[in-house]
Design a protein around this ligand. Structure first.
Ligand SMILES: Nc1nc2c(c(=O)[nH]1)N[C@H]1C(S)=C(S)[C@@H](COP(=O)(O)OP(=O)(O)OC[C@H]3O[C@@H](n4cnc5c(=O)[nH]c(N)nc54)[C@H](O)[C@@H]3O)O[C@H]1N2
Ligand SMILES: Nc1nc2c(c(=O)[nH]1)N[C@H]1C(S)=C(S)[C@@H](COP(=O)(O)OP(=O)(O)OC[C@H]3O[C@@H](n4cnc5c(=O)[nH]c(N)nc54)[C@H](O)[C@@H]3O)O[C@H]1N2
Ligand SMILES: [Mo]
Length: 770
């Protein structure tokens, strides 16, 4: 007897077909105009041989061999143990570390996307569990947008993510805008995804609607396919990491031709004069004109002039994506893009101005937000220490060192116990060889995982976790105004348990089970959170009761949020005195006294061009002449479901595909489908070559997320057989301001691989003893 169960994931909503408890297939729901193929491929992974089926402890750790320093972490065998033994080991180790080293020695910053679902949120569960027991060192900001999150509040005020409700929605763009210039493009591959889930994928059709309404698109990106063919976009293949220089050249052109919006700049912005003297070279003797920009960016002088003219003469919108700030000095293109929109005269006009993140997630630019939905109550963390999220290896390697961060001076804590739950640092962090060295430092690493991915293999204690298909929950995606029921599709594989159940059992051993669970069962919690949401929204929403909601295959719709939203640019333009922004001046800060006062040499008082350490005009390009773009994968979400059918089907001889321009391929003898080696001084990996002129010459594209497969696990520098780009990326903060990740500033070379072609073991569990 077949059963059909609704499924909510970060890549959309689906229906699971289940027969006698077995997951048979996963289908799109029928009313999603652009369902993601990642969903159906989940079936392959649900019960594959990479599943963690029982708790396991690293052999050397269990045997009491050196726990810090020269450990076999990443290379060792594991011993399967009972839940009872595993929970005892974890609770006693937590107690020991807290007693001997203090609560800040426990790291709970555990970054990662985990799965959709409001109750079973991995980080929420972990942090509640750790906070009730004395606290933990946290992490701040995200790998996605750290530079943006730190710079924007200085420039436009408000919470880091408030821009999402302050920028034009696609509908308004279709209606009122003539020209969209998209820095980093508008890749539809990324709008497959929306954090926390979504009911229907809307971005593709809304983009199409804009095109049909006559909006012209310019794709400023090293990759042509970053805009859909139907947009007929003009492609400006910009040298990676040079967007700021391009924007400065456009700004200079506007200034000297008097095309800039003097009125808006005077009334609504702070410090344009000081910035203007930087543009004209009065400050440093360098005129940032179109010729200057052309020399840096590879975009012709005529194109710079043309863009300046059209941006100021037409109803225009400047878009920035997130990739351009995941780079050395990543704050600058974000800051500069706001300044450029202010100069163009478009900020605060309907459907025009400035916005970020369009098409990076489906709901961004589709809806300005959704009413808030109840989640597991947070417990305040008694420990004040935190690290900028991407500084984890620095912290492990240099405890006690101090670093700058947004005007503060932070002392890096001495972490002894790492508790990771819902993220995959051995996919997401830069320079994985450096992370391998850093990972030898703590006493203990505890990981909850469903699959034996690289992070699980690098742990000391691995607790098998139920997937989102194996528990009851409901989804409320970021900005997506729907609630979607997620009843359990199947029983957990092996002995896997939910994160909540694991933490409840640990809390019981540590003496605070009631505080942790509040004596509710899991389904009681789900019902409780739904009921609270329903009560909070009241008559506006008129949500059905829980039992009714639970039966609805396509969820319920929440009332739309409508503006005006705080910090609106329309309001600012209309009356800056009455509607000031939440910045020190109340206006857009083209010059920021605050940032200037920090005295950073790598992020000064106004947007400026700083040469990245690694880019195509650096000396290092003599040895490594290709700029690596490690963008988000089309075939999966980061590393999630790399073992799913859709991602597996994309591999070439079992390796991750790498796209090389035919010119660069020809000079190296590389042909379509060959196994190649991508390398630099930090490391090397194998990948399967795809030749395409959609990638500009001098650039090579290798998506993130292939499970890292070091040939000699645990040894820094060893070949990755599978193709994870973080084997090659550089682990340095964007600047002293944000300390964000700078993955997109990396030079490499590629060659035909003629070494031994070893099997990829990324999906093979470690040696398990019983
Ligand atoms: N070179 C380079 N590196 C990058 C980027 C880049 O552009 N270039 N992008 C960065 C960005 S933007 C991001 S957001 C990060 C993403 O990095 P992550 O968010 O760490 O990547 P995911 O693969 O989503 O990892 C989620 C992990 O949680 C597990 N998981 C899923 N659900 C649950 C659950 O309910 N409980 C538990 N315990 N585990 C669960 C999954 O199996 C998976 O291993 O990567 C960053 N890294
Ligand atoms: N399918 C899928 N969708 C996803 C994700 C996923 O893993 N899979 N991850 C989600 C997450 S967590 C995030 S944060 C967003 C990320 O959203 P983004 O960061 O915007 O996405 P990326 O794919 O990393 O980059 C998009 C494009 O930016 C271009 N680019 C890179 N560097 C530069 C540069 O210096 N200048 C210019 N002009 N362009 C550049 C590249 O050509 C690249 O294809 O995507 C989300 N969507
Ligand atoms: Mo992200």
């Amino acid at each position: 007897m077949e059963r059909r169960v609704p499924v909510a994931t970060h890549w959309g909503s689906f229906v699971a077909v289940v027969d006698s408890g077995q997951l048979v297939r996963i289908e799109p729901p029928g009313d999603d105009p652009a369902p993601s193929p990642i969903g159906p491929g989940m079936v392959t992974a649900a019960e594959d041989s990479a599943r963690v089926l029982r708790p396991a402890v690293r052999k050397g750790w269990l045997d009491g061999l050196p726990r810090a320093g020269e450990t076999a972490r990443g290379a060792d065998a594991f011993v399967e143990v009972s839940w009872d033994d595993a929970l005892t080991l974890v609770s006693e180790e937590l107690r020991r570390v807290r007693a001997q080293h203090g609560d800040s020695a426990v790291f709970g910053g555990s970054y990662g996307w985990a799965s959709a679902g409001g109750f079973h949120n991995a980080q929420g569960q972990l942090q509640r569990f750790l906070a009730l027991d004395g606290g933990y060192t946290d992490s701040r900001n995200t790998y996605s947008t750290a530079a943006l999150e730190v710079i924007l509040p200085h420039v436009i005020g408000g919470a880091p993510w408030s821009y999402q409700s302050r920028m034009p929605m696609w509908d308004e763009i279709a209606e009122s805008c003539e020209l969209v210039v998209a820095f980093g493009g508008l890749a539809l591959k990324n709008s497959q995804v929306n954090p926390g889930g979504l009911a229907r994928h809307r971005t593709r059709d809304l983009q199409r609607k804009c095109r049909e309404a006559g909006v012209r698109f310019v794709n400023v990106s090293p990759i042509r396919s970053d805009t859909a063919d139907f947009l007929d976009a003009e492609w400006l293949p910009v040298l990676p990491n040079t967007d700021t220089a391009l924007m400065l050249g456009i700004a200079h052109t506007m200034l000297v031709n008097d095309w800039h919006d003097e009125d808006f700049l005077t009334r609504c912005c702070e410090g344009f004069d000081r910035f203007a003297s930087y543009l004209t070279g009065d400050v440093d003797g360098v005129v940032k004109d179109a010729d200057w920009a052309a020399r840096i960016t590879g975009i012709s002088r005529d194109s710079v002039l043309d863009l300046a003219r059209r941006l100021s003469a037409q109803r225009s919108l400047i878009m920035v994506n997130y990739a351009i700030q995941r780079a050395d000095h990543g704050e600058q293109p974000i800051w500069m893009s706001v300044v450029l929109a202010a100069m163009a005269g478009s900020l605060g006009r309907p459907g025009c101005g400035w916005g970020a993140g369009y098409a990076t997630m489906d709901a961004t630019g589709v809806a300005p937000g959704r009413p808030s939905v109840a989640s597991m109550p947070r417990v305040a963390n008694p420990v004040a220490d935190f690290i900028p999220v991407a500084r984890i290896a620095d912290t492990l390697l240099e405890p006690g060192a101090t670093i700058d961060y947004d005007g503060q001076r932070l002392t890096l804590p001495d972490l002894r116990l790492i508790y990771w739950c819902g993220g995959n640092p051995f996919h997401h962090h830069q320079d994985l060889h450096r992370l391998t060295r850093a990972w030898q430092r703590p006493d203990t690493v505890v990981v909850h995982e469903a699959w034996w991915n690289t992070t699980a293999k690098f742990a000391d204690i691995v607790l098998p976790v139920a997937t989102s298909l194996e528990r009851d929950d409901f989804a409320a995606g970021f900005s997506d105004p729907h609630l979607i029921a997620m009843p359990k599709v199947r029983e957990p594989a092996g002995e896997a348990r939910t994160d909540h159940r694991i933490f409840a059992a640990l809390a019981a051993r540590l003496g605070y089970e009631r505080e942790f669970t509040q004596s509710r069962s899991e389904i009681d919690w789900v019902r409780h959170l739904y009921d609270r949401t329903r009560a909070n929204l009241g008559d506006d929403a008129a949500l059905p009761d829980f039992d009714d909601f639970w039966q609805r295959a396509r969820g319920v719709e929440l009332p739309a949020l409508s503006g005006p939203f705080p910090g609106s640019f329309e309001a600012l333009r209309s009356d800056p005195q009455r509607f000031p922004l939440a910045t020190p001046s109340g206006r857009i800060e083209i010059f920021s006294e605050t940032i200037d006062s920090f005295g950073y040499d790598d992020c000064t008082g106004h947007p400026a061009w700083f040469e990245p350490v690694e880019w195509l005009r650096a000396d290092l390009a003599d040895r490594f002449p290709l700029h690596l773009i490690s963008n988000q994968p089309a075939s999966r979400l980061h590393s999630q479901y790399d073992n799913g059918g859709h991602s597996l089907a994309s591999k070439i001889h079992g390796r991750e595909p790498v796209t090389v321009n035919p010119q660069d391929a020809a000079s190296r003898g590389i042909e379509n489908g060959m196994i190649v080696r991508v390398f630099n001084d930090r490391g090397s990996c194998l990948a399967g070559a795809i030749l395409s002129d959609a990638v500009m010459p001098g650039v090579i594209q290798l998506s993130t997320g292939a499970w890292w497969d070091p040939a000699r696990p645990g040894h820094s520098g060893t070949l990755d057989r599978h193709g994870n780009p973080n084997t090659l990326t550089r682990d340095r903060g964007c600047s002293r301001l944000s300390q964000g990740p700078s993955a997109h500033s990396a030079l490499v070379d590629v060659e035909v691989y003629d070494g031994p072609v070893d099997e990829v073991l990324a999906f093979t569990p470690p040696h398990l003893e019983h």
